[in-house]
Design a protein around this ligand. Structure first.
Ligand SMILES: C[S@@+](CC[C@H](N)C(=O)[O-])C[C@H]1O[C@@H](n2cnc3c(N)ncnc32)[C@H](O)[C@@H]1O
Length: 219
């Protein structure tokens, strides 16, 4: 390889992106092989650490997670709420699963997160809450995430976070063939509102599955 071809690999972004791809794709997906207390948790641990910091700092009364899968992240959030002594988690999935972990802070809801029925349940869950955090981690198509951004943004309280997961797909930098997804939905959403901004401080560990995805509500 010629030295000039190596330069992009030696830049900070080049190093981060190469490690990101290595980490993401290793062993058919490191994120598929990550567990919280024995329950599959489709997250990068560096992002989970950011979740821990947010739960401690904001002590959200209510956390809404769209996309439960096995429930590892729901359980992680419930354990963080235990440590912070505050908060409840509502987690939504279109598919039932029999063996999800039980925890008194977690409520499971089955249905599509963009359906009127489910959004109505979310509305009830967050009513009267002083602090609400929302995590979008279900269908990662641009159309679905755009719909979620428009339906769920009102539930996030000022100072709170609206986290859009997996904005790394579609070539940012992984899965380049995935097409438009969360990243493109975020960009369109931010062009329509001045209530949210991307909090780059939440990307401080360099590797995040949610580039531009930690949205802070500022008003
Ligand atoms: C990426 S996984 C969720 C991972 C989970 N949040 C975690 O951290 O382990 C995506 C989940 O979204 C669910 N899903 C897909 N479309 C959905 C929709 N329209 N409404 C709710 N859930 C949906 C899928 O059944 C799947 O379990």
């Amino acid at each position: 390889m010629k030295w000039k071809d190596m330069l992009p690999l030696l830049s900070e972004k080049g190093v981060i992106d190469r490690f990101h791809k290595l980490y993401y794709n290793a062993h058919s997906g490191t994120w598929r092989n990550t567990f919280w207390f024995g329950v599959a948790c489709q997250k990068c641990p560096l992002d989970l650490w950011i979740y821990q910091e947010l739960v401690f700092e904001l002590k959200p009364d209510r956390i809404v997670e769209c996309g439960t899968a096995d429930g590892g992240t729901s359980l992680f959030l419930a354990h963080m709420c235990d440590l912070a002594n505050a908060g409840r988690v509502l987690t939504i999935d279109i598919e039932e699963q029999p063996n999800r972990p039980a925890h008194e802070r977690v409520t499971y809801l089955c249905g599509s997160d963009t359906s009127d029925a489910v959004v109505g349940q979310v509305e009830k869950f967050v009513e009267d809450a002083a602090s609400v955090m929302v995590i979008l981690d279900s269908d990662h198509s641009k159309e679905h995430v755009s719909r979620q951004l428009s339906l769920y943004s009102r539930f996030v309280t000022p100072g709170g976070y609206f986290i859009v997961e997996d904005s790394n797909i579609g070539g940012h930098p992984v899965r380049p063939k995935a097409g438009a997804g969360p990243m493109e939905a975020i960009q369109e959403f931010l062009a329509t509102t001045d209530k949210f901004l991307v909090d780059r401080d939440r990307e401080k560990f360099y590797l995040t599955f949610n580039p531009s995805g930690f949205l802070k509500r500022i008003k």
